[in-house]
Ligand binder design. Structure first.
Ligand code: FRU
Length: 510
């Protein structure tokens, strides 16, 4: 036991030798290790937290348990990147303290130093997070979650917790967490969107330290299959008009089981959010995009990353020595269909740094099965596929390997729905609900149907109709999926298909 401990200490020391700068190049090519999604070198992660862009660097903080591969006392892990594709793990940013564990939250660049944390002209990054007090929870108090601050004056390298924590005490709500803060320019104030059990509550502040309640939203709106978590509120432009998007993660109660993220589009006046529609809408219909929120300080761009797993099985997926990853970063936008505004998500352009050899085909008639394997010759199984067809018949795209594993992505014309079927995709028996077929409505009414698929070692992200319907699913094949087929019994014509091999982020050069 002691020997084992010594051994793992030594390994840890080696891995972190250059001030925690663990370059992902140093990673062993583990079978399920994401090659272009962030995953911690070792141990458990869940929600992305405090994502913020500052001086050419994207910061990702995340729920992290550094002593195991299942959920445990939460810290904020930290990783940085110049392009959101090639990440470097950094030392842990926030450790649990006497007020509690460090649950999810956000970070802002306090340009005007409203908080007063900035000294000698330094601009503080301020993190606003939930302290979760285990002792109070055990004593059956309902006030064990409250909001606190920490700040960094050296661009996220080191953090100081605010001596006046907590800044937002708990009024007696058991689930009172995941503050997402943004600057509301029209009223020159900070707005916090907080998950408060079965709704969100908006608070405002001039200095990030004193918070005033503005309003509640959502008790009688949207999906309530479980508790509301990790909200976000941000504006997006559509046809020259500004609309506000409110994201709310819910666990369980997702459209394909377990956890998922819904959204509302409406107006926000600094006090209240008023949705344009009562329809329940999902940001991503796959099983594996949860707790996604947007980066702060990215100007006109609105970029989201989510946690690429699901509370239903996150703790038992067959990966080691780490568990979980983020989704690819996605640019968010709005699109109108039948007078309803929908959120669109598309992979950020920065991902093109991964593009390798590409093969293109035009006007390809597929009746029965078309085998693309010889054309694509890909041992790694990492690729991007862009495909356009007219909405004429059912079809599917099948990823397979010699071991007989299959992952099927398809379109069902009668149902007007997309699907990802991972029931025969490899290892599925670690949890009874994992090996399922997931469906998502096709929202677009266009005849032209376009898909982009992003495949990494153990994940697939489907962006259909320019991001109107999105599905993210993880899967665990026995060997990489090196074979590729397009199938259509009734027959389709693929107007255009481009297959791009993707390289690992660690090989894309920094
Ligand atoms: C969402 C969540 C948050 C919480 C965190 C704890 O996945 O449950 O509500 O802050 O995870 O790790």
């Amino acid at each position: 036991m002691r020997k084992l401990l010594l051994h793992s200490c030594l390994l840890a020391l080696l891995a972190y030798s250059s001030y925690g700068q663990v370059n992902q190049t140093a990673l062993k090519p583990e079978l399920y290790r994401p090659q272009y999604h962030f995953s911690p070198k070792a141990h458990w992660m869940n929600d992305p937290n405090g994502m913020v862009y500052l001086k050419g660097t994207y910061h990702l903080f995340y729920q992290y348990y550094p002593d195991g591969t299942t959920w445990g006392p939460m810290h904020w892990g930290h990783a940085t990147s110049k392009d959101m594709v090639r990440w470097q793990e950094q030392p842990i940013a926030l450790y649990p303290d006497s007020l509690g564990l460090i649950f999810s939250g956000s970070a802002v660049v306090d340009v005007a130093n409203t908080s007063g944390f900035g000294k000698n002209g330094q601009t503080p990054i301020v993190a606003i997070f939930t302290h979760h007090n285990v002792k109070l929870e055990k004593e059956k108090s309902d006030k064990f979650q409250y909001q606190s601050l920490a700040y960094s004056l050296d661009e996220g390298k080191t953090w100081t917790k605010y001596a006046g924590n907590p800044v937002l005490p708990n009024p007696g709500i058991t689930d009172f967490r995941d503050p997402k803060v943004r600057w509301f320019e029209p009223q020159k104030k900070w707005v916090m969107t907080l998950a408060t059990k079965d709704r969100v509550t908006f608070y405002s502040s001039l200095d990030l330290k004193n918070w005033r309640k503005e309003s509640d939203f959502g008790q009688d709106m949207g999906a309530h299959g479980g508790v509301w978590e990790c909200p976000d509120l941000f504006p997006l432009e559509h046809n020259g008009k500004k609309a506000w998007v409110l994201l709310v993660s819910v666990n369980p109660g997702g459209p394909n089981g377990g956890s998922a993220t819904q959204y509302f589009v409406g107006d926000f006046d600094g006090k209240r959010f008023k949705p344009y529609s009562a329809k329940t809408k999902w940001m991503d219909y796959g099983a594996d995009n949860y707790a996604g929120v947007t980066f702060a300080n990215t100007g006109e761009r609105t970029i989201l990353m989510g946690w690429m797993s699901n509370w239903q099985y996150a703790g038992v997926v067959p990966t080691s020595p780490w568990r979980s990853a983020t989704t690819v970063p996605r640019t968010l936008g709005l699109s109108e269909v039948n007078k309803e505004l929908y959120l669109t998500s598309t992979p950020v352009n920065e991902l093109s740094v991964l593009n390798n050899a590409a093969a293109s085909v035009k006007n390809l008639a597929v009746k029965g099965q078309y085998d693309l394997t010889a054309k694509t010759k890909n041992d790694s199984g990492l690729f991007k596929l862009d495909l356009t067809t007219q909405n004429t018949n059912d079809f599917s795209i099948v990823l397979a390997n010699e071991q007989g594993n299959e992952l099927v992505i398809g379109y069902d014309k009668a149902e007007k729905s997309y699907y990802i079927d991972r029931s025969h995709s490899g290892k599925t028996d670690f949890e009874k609900g994992f090996g399922k077929r997931h469906t998502a409505p096709r929202l677009s009414t266009e005849t032209n149907l376009s898909l982009t698929l992003l495949v990494d070692a153990a994940s697939i992200e489907l962006f259909a109709d320019n991001g109107l319907t999105v599905m993210t699913d993880i899967f665990f094949p026995d060997k990489p999926m090196t074979r590729l087929f397009i199938k259509s019994a009734a027959g389709i014509t693929v107007t255009k298909l481009t297959y791009t091999k993707l390289t690992s982020a660690s090989q894309a050069g920094l």
